[in-house]
Design a protein around this ligand. Structure first.
Ligand code: DI6
Ligand code: FE
Length: 420
């Protein structure tokens, strides 16, 4: 009787199963060594979720014979890529500033002269929500074309309550227009707008804190971020913002130690933040604090490259302390006009010395961890959302090694093949 009972239950579970067969898997499972490679692998997908990920000869016999099958012809499958730090929604561009920097001006000089972030604020605030969506879509599409299925997007180019909320609404709308998971962050503490020059405390009180409450009430925000830097906000100011985040039950993250060492990473770790990002000037103590707190180190080589920084993040210290390392585009109009996570991997290897394994983990499992989404996506493991990328490659290192070449065969999001 129990046999009958079991088999009918199993048959019901098996309804609508698809088997992705004849694939080489890089599961990125934390329970497996390295990339978690399975030579002759199968992914079973049911109800948009992974029901089985592993060796073909280990596929449990209860998977139905009538499941539909996709022959992957030996291609590699990785978890779908995740861009865990972007400023994808903004107006205009900063090509002029790029030319100024080529002529010798520094990023800080341009920022202090009212250019930089503030010029993108003007361009962003001049656009409607619809126009912001329209300008962000081609950038999003470029990311998705490389197998990305989850994108974090920050506010931070509005710098008044309504404009910051508008940015987050635009970010949310992108998920209605494309097959992608969008995660939003409140980054009103990105720059002090000119009307609050020298009065950053008032800006926090008038805009950052009440705006965050409004964003939270309206369900527009998934995490709270800030730019902790001499040209932006101090550690004490960010502590005030994080106190509000805690009050609202929102996770935290921080742009820290990008241009100098203010101790932002230690603040992030002490608050149990999901991640601290950039980190070129991180010291050993900060790395240790992050490792102990489980705060992910998100490295952003696009900004390092664009600003022609000389000091690379302390990768050796991060490894020694056992900190988790993710990488992301930091896609933004000023310091990282980059919409390629494949190129980001290449830059992370060439500029920061990350291994292939660290680059791939950094754009999948560790990026998911940096967004608090590890239970949902980021590895090929049973129970997670069926988000994966199928590649025309012979070995995973090709994803890191090539420059300006996209070997994506197709992308599957929540179990649906979404691009050919
Ligand atoms: N750090 C960055 O690299 C970007 N924002 C931040 O906090 C720069 C944003 C910009 O220049 O527009
Ligand atoms: Fe950033």
């Amino acid at each position: 009787m129990s046999r009958l009972g079991n088999s009918s239950e199993e048959a019901a579970q098996g309804a609508g199963t698809t088997l992705w067969r004849n694939a080489r898997l890089a599961t990125l499972s934390p329970d497996m060594a390295g990339l978690g490679i399975v030579g002759n692998g199968v992914l079973a997908v049911r109800g948009g979720r992974i029901a089985y990920a592993g060796a073909a000869d280990g596929l449990p016999s209860h998977f139905p014979r009538d499941a539909s099958e996709v022959d992957c012809e030996g291609r590699w499958i990785t978890p779908a890529l995740i861009d865990c730090h972007t400023h994808l929604v903004y107006g205009g561009d900063r090509a002029l500033e790029f030319e100024m920097r080529l002529a010798g001006a520094s990023y800080e000089e341009i920022a202090r002269a009212g250019g930089g972030i503030i010029s993108s604020v003007k361009a962003t605030n001049g656009l409607s929500e619809d126009a912001l969506v329209e300008q962000a879509l081609p950038r999003l599409d470029t990311l998705l074309s490389e197998g990305v299925s989850t994108v974090e997007i920050k506010s931070g180019y509005g710098l008044n309550v309504e404009a910051e909320l508008k940015m987050l609404r635009a970010a949310r709308r992108l998920a209605d227009l494309r097959p992608v998971r969008i995660v939003t962050s409140w980054l009103a503490a990105h720059a002090v707008p000119p009307e609050y020059k020298g009065r950053s405390a008032a800006y926090l009180d008038d805009v950052v804190l009440p705006g965050l409450e409004a964003a939270s009430e309206q369900g527009l925000v998934d995490a709270v971020d800030g730019f902790c830097e001499n040209i932006a906000f101090s550690v004490d100011e960010m502590r005030t913002v994080f106190d509000k985040a805690k009050e609202l039950g929102l996770p935290m993250k921080l742009h820290a130690e990008q241009l100098s060492n203010l101790g932002g990473a230690r603040l992030a770790a002490s608050c149990g933040a999901l991640s601290a990002d950039h980190l070129e000037y991180l010291d050993e103590e900060g790395a240790k604090a992050m490792a102990e707190a489980g705060t992910v180190a998100v490295l952003l080589p696009g900004a390092f490259y664009t600003l022609r920084e000389k000091q690379a993040p302390p990768v050796a210290a991060l490894r020694e302390t056992g900190a988790h390392i993710a990488i992301a585009t930091d896609s933004n109009p000023g310091t990282s006009p980059l919409t390629s996570l494949l190129l980001t991997m290449n830059m992370s290897a060439t500029l920061f010395g990350l291994t292939v394994e660290e680059c791939l983990a950094g754009t999948t499992r560790e990026a998911a961890r940096a967004l608090g989404l590890l239970a949902e996506t980021g590895t090929l493991e049973a129970g997670k959302s069926a988000d994966f990328a199928i590649w025309n490659i012979e070995r995973p290192a090709e994803l890191v090694y090539r420059i300006g070449f996209n070997p994506l065969h197709s992308r599957v999001f929540k179990g649906q093949q979404v691009s050919a």
